[in-house]
Design a protein around this ligand. Structure first.
Ligand code: SF4
Length: 501
């Protein structure tokens, strides 16, 4: 039997055996340990925090790696290319790990599990628990049940709307950072972008109640969290499904449609919150009141991730994006006119089915005109289960697409360097994220415009410190500088499992 919680060579006493504790023949208890391996986006990372929080709430402890763990959880993503190959490869490797000790458990959660369902067990019968995107809150229970009843696959077709425990932030959470927290405001997506698998695996859009979000932010701020990252698939349509909800305003009960702009203002006004960010907005739903809320709420950062995807109207229509290139640029100009010193980043897909040279030229034109601070350019690759994956007769020649991608990168990189150079000589406020990985003698921070700065500092600064830095140099992906002064020391406690109100 594995003894994983020996303290100073002695077993750690446990007054009562929690659900995940093994009782040995020597009458001492051994706490089981877990690791969570996360693939994909911030939503998945936050789901993983939640799984970790649930397991720790149930008495498990984190392990450094698989060798020390009794449970390995894969929180999967099906957006990235080859996600399934990577998952099944990892599961194959773990089979020997499980064979060494049959009480070990393997869990597959997330989008790929939601999409593949029974296929996971067909391809890897040694997996103990398969759960989807709508029942992450059941992770600890299912793991425990599988210990006695054998392998379990539990995939729900949709979220239970009146169960707000379905929001990642509404359950015990093991936060990965101390000064910054993700807060889920919405799950699912009602759009039908032709290349995207999210609506199929995350379900319809459900907004989290306004007051619950603000209460959670207050609770986080009271523990010293100073940066709030609001998460959703299409945040600026937040609240549409809550249109008949009521909430208190002072002494009165008012029936309102909470909107994203109001949420930004409310979160930004919580004492102790210095920065508010959000991800991701949809250009078709970007409203003037959101831009005004960004401009008028001091804590909301001057950064807008504004996914273009294509500059061609016919490709945008084939993608079902719901805007034209002109409307995109007009709204972008409005955003820049409304929000002082706004940084804009974007996503662009090259080689969507049917993209012609003229379509690509239109994308290049918008990329030049938009002057993005940085951009994620992707070569289209079909995702099984999406409309675009069916457009096989329109797939573009990979060689042509590769050349287009390189041409686009030249434009995007040139603009990014230009934007970064324009900041040389300025004093920027950064929040300290740690030491530079490449140059450990330098400190790394992030500006309000979401730019990384590697800077020299005569003193070691704690994670979460706010400091002013003079920008002395610029490159494509980062700025360089030197410390001017410290603006605010961090007040957060060390890592805690946090359960929101
Ligand atoms: S808005 Fe489009 S790209 Fe974003 S999650 Fe919804 S369907 Fe996918």
């Amino acid at each position: 039997m594995r003894r994983t919680d020996l303290a100073n060579g002695e077993p750690r006493a446990s007054p009562s055996a929690p659900a995940h504790t093994c009782v040995s023949s020597l009458q001492f208890t051994v706490t089981r340990r877990y690791v969570v391996r996360t693939f994909g986006c911030q939503m998945n990372e936050h789901d993983s925090e939640r799984i970790a929080g649930l397991l720790e709430h149930d008495g498990l402890e984190p392990a450094e790696n698989e060798a020390e763990a009794d449970i390995v959880v894969f929180n999967t993503c099906c957006i990235r290319e080859n996600a399934d190959n990577k998952l099944y490869g990892s599961l194959g490797t773990l089979k020997a790990w499980k064979d060494q000790q049959p009480t070990r458990q393997i869990v597959v959660a997330g989008c790929l599990a939601q999409k593949d369902r029974d296929i996971v067990r067909e391809r890897a019968p040694w997996v103990d628990v398969v759960l989807g995107t709508h029942n992450v809150h059941r992770a600890a229970q299912l793991i425990e049940e599988a210990r006695t009843s054998g392998p379990i696959t539990e995939i729900l077709d949709e979220a239970v709307v009146d169960d707000y425990a379905l929001f990642p932030s509404a359950l015990p959470v093991k936060r990965e950072t101390t000064y910054r927290s993700w807060v889920t405001i919405q799950i699912g997506c009602d759009n039908t972008c032709a290349y995207c698998i999210v609506p199929a695996v995350r379900g319809k859009e459900i907004s989290r109640p306004f007051d619950q979000i603000v209460d959670e932010v207050r609770s986080l701020a009271s523990t010293g969290v100073s940066e709030i990252f609001l998460l959703g698939q299409n945040v600026n349509s937040y609240g549409r499904d809550l249109s008949l909800a009521s909430r208190r305003a002072g002494d009165a009960e008012v029936r309102v449609a909470p909107q994203f702009a109001a949420l930004l203002r409310a979160v930004g006004e919580v004492p102790g919150v210095r920065r508010v960010r959000y991800m991701s907005p949809h250009p078709k739903d970007m409203r003037e009141d959101t831009l005004l809320a960004m401009a008028e709420t001091a804590a909301v950062c001057e950064h807008l991730h504004y996914p273009l995807q294509s500059g061609s109207d016919s490709v945008l229509a084939a993608m079902h994006r719901g805007y034209t290139a002109q409307r995109y640029l007009e709204r972008l100009a409005q955003a820049r006119a409304t929000i002082n010193d706004l940084a804009v980043t974007t996503d662009v897909i090259v080689g969507f089915p049917g993209e012609t040279e003229a379509d690509f030229a239109a994308t290049m034109e918008v990329a030049v005109a938009a002057e993005f601070d940085s951009a994620y350019a992707f070569i289209f690759s079909p995702r099984e289960g999406t409309a675009a994956a069916e457009m096989t007769d329109k797939f573009c020649d990979p060689k042509v697409v590769g050349e287009r991608y390189e041409r686009l990168k030249v434009v995007l990189d040139r603009t990014a360097v230009m934007k970064h150079r324009a900041r040389i000589g300025r004093i920027e406020e950064v929040v300290v994220e740690g030491m530079s990985k490449k140059h450990p003698e330098l400190t790394t921070g992030r500006t309000r415009q979401n730019k990384l700065v590697h800077f020299s500092s005569p003193e070691q600064l704690r994670l979460g410190t706010y400091a002013r830095v003079e920008i002395t140099d610029a490159a494509r992906f980062h700025l360089a500088g030197r410390l001017v002064d410290v603006v605010a020391e961090p007040t957060h406690k060390t890592r805690l499992a946090v359960a929101s109100a």
